[in-house]
Design a protein around this ligand. Structure first.
Ligand code: ADP
Ligand code: MG
Length: 243
């Protein structure tokens, strides 16, 4: 199985000052899966995302993405990943188009091809009419959509999102639902952390609950609903913290 996995994690340990945050994590994700990564604050979700993007080094263990190994092949790994993190990673005093041009150049994209691609991305995320406006005039929902356009600019196989629904209102959340469904339908593999259990029960294909640095639950999302997931979540997270 593991040679076919797009993401292959074996015995992953991450410790800060000898304090283990992730404790020997084994996890494989196949191409095309949409994985929701749940867990209480401090359970290591962002740490795992950062490790997978090559932004942080494992204390021990193996990470392979698309056959490339971290940390030694981090450039090849990053080329396959689009990241939407807590921070928008956008420049306030540039327009949306200027931001995307900047990131496009980082990925060695340029010229009229890049211009057309940027325009198409802005249409995709519903910002075509605001492309020349400075990012500092954007609402939280617009920033989130522009972050997704930025993350998809180099056409990555994998989209990773760290709590993308945090701070969004109902309408912006619904727009984000649509963008994630579309990215998944386009064949992208998605790994998303969230505290939004009702969404985690219906949007993804697989649900993983991280608790105290280990995987406390890992199952297909089919047949899950908001109530059953809330019960599972309460059981998994309270069981571990009671130890
Ligand atoms: P989550 O995203 O699930 O809320 P994090 O991965 O952000 O959790 O954090 C997991 C734990 O690792 C927390 O206890 C946090 O304080 C700790 N941690 C995260 N980053 C660092 C760091 N750079 N240095 C020290 N401790 C860290
Ligand atoms: Mg986090």
């Amino acid at each position: 199985m593991s040679e076919h996995a797009l993401v292959d994690i074996q015995g992953l340990v991450k410790a800060y000052d000898l304090l283990p945050i992730l404790r020997k994590l084994d996890l494989t994700i196949a191409r095309g899966e949409f994985v929701a990564l749940l867990g209480p604050n401090g359970s290591g979700k962002s740490t795992l995302i950062r490790l997978l993007c090559g932004l942080s080094r494992p204390t021990a263990g193996l990470i392979r993405i698309g056959g490339w190994e971290l940390p030694k092949e981090s450039a090849a790994v990053r080329a396959q990943i689009g990241l939407v993190s807590h921070k928008p990673l956008l420049y306030d005093n540039l327009s949306a188009i200027e931001n995307l041009q900047f990131f496009g150049r980082l990925y060695n994209l340029s010229g009229s091809g890049l211009q057309a691609h940027i325009q198409a991305m802005l249409v995709k995320v519903g910002l075509a009419k605001r492309g020349h406006d400075l990012v500092r005039t954007y609402s939280r929902g617009m920033l989130q959509r522009l972050s997704i356009a930025r993350a998809l600019l180099h056409n990555p196989d994998i989209l990773m999102l760290d709590e993308p629904y945090t701070g969004l209102d109902q309408d912006a959340s619904t727009v984000l639902d649509g963008l994630l469904k579309e990215a998944h339908a386009d064949g992208r593999t998605i790994l998303m952390t969230t505290h939004d259990l009702p969404r985690a029960a219906v949007l993804p294909t697989r649900v993983i609950i991280l608790s105290r640095g280990v995987i406390g639950y890992d199952a297909s999302a089919s047949g899950l609903d908001a109530l059953s997931l809330a019960q599972i979540y309460a059981n998994v997270t309270s069981m571990v913290s009671a130890r």
